[in-house]
Write a protein that binds this ligand. Structure first.
Ligand code: DX5
Ligand code: ZN
Length: 222
């Protein structure tokens, strides 16, 4: 089952509740929240206070993508704010196993993210711990970037690895998911589609979320 995770990074932050509601009407079933610290990635966005406000604005799962260097220090604050899923970067966590355990211990679903240059094989030993794996199909930091084509091979490789290990984690993809890429992303095996610019970029989130999800479901044969 393909799901759309609307990334608020491209939304109008002054009208965040309305933007989220529009994406939800258009069929988004997850709200993707990009947390950036200006160190791990060259941009700064938002943190637990915005998650707390979003929690009051929607019942959808809040999928917090932490692009920060010291994730462990902030995990309790994200739990208190009402985050449901928390993903941390393989490249940013010195003790990834500990970070994933900490997320789970705070009652949230743990997930791991890979930058484009990081191989999926590095995850083999911790895959039984994760709710999902997020494959970055752009270098993290900004919305509206061009999709990196070899991400498709990484998604396929992860599907194989999941089968080999007989696991049930979900596969999410983030970056450049739009009308020209969504069919290939779905056919490669991604199930959770993060989209920012394609949903919020034109100021018509309901209509654009619906169109993207329709294309994704068509490609998935749903
Ligand atoms: C980028 C973020 C993405 C971003 C994707 O670092 O992780 O979630 O919003 O943006 P689009 O869909 O515009 O490529
Ligand atoms: Zn993201």
């Amino acid at each position: 089952m393909v799901e759309l995770a609307a990334s608020i990074l491209s939304a109008d932050f002054a009208r965040l509740a309305d933007e989220v509601a529009a994406a939800e009407r258009g069929g988004a079933t997850v709200i993707h929240v990009d947390v950036m610290d200006g160190h791990f990635v060259p941009n700064i966005t938002l943190g637990p206070p915005v998650v707390k406000s979003l929690r009051k604005a929607t019942k959808l799962p809040l999928d917090c993508h932490l692009m920060i260097e010291n994730a462990d220090e902030f995990i309790p604050a994200f739990a208190d704010a009402g985050a449901n899923w928390v993903s941390v970067h393989y490249e940013a966590c010195r003790h990834l196993h500990r970070s994933l355990e900490l997320i789970a211990a705070h009652g949230m679903e743990p997930a791991v993210v890979l930058n484009p240059a990081t191989r999926v094989e590095f995850l083999r030993d911790i895959l039984p711990m994760v709710h999902h794996v997020l494959i970055m199909s752009v270098n993290p930091g900004f919305g509206g970037q061009k999709f990196i084509e070899f991400s498709l091979n990484k998604i396929r490789r992860l599907v194989e690895l999941r089968r080999e290990l007989n696991l049930g984690f979900r596969i999410e993809v983030d970056g450049g998911v739009a009308h020209d890429t969504v069919a290939r992303v779905v056919q490669a095996g991604a199930e959770l589609l993060v989209a920012g610019n394609a949903v919020f970029g034109a100021g018509n989130a309901e209509q654009d979320a619906r169109a993207l999800l329709t294309a994704a479901r068509h490609a998935a044969g749903e």
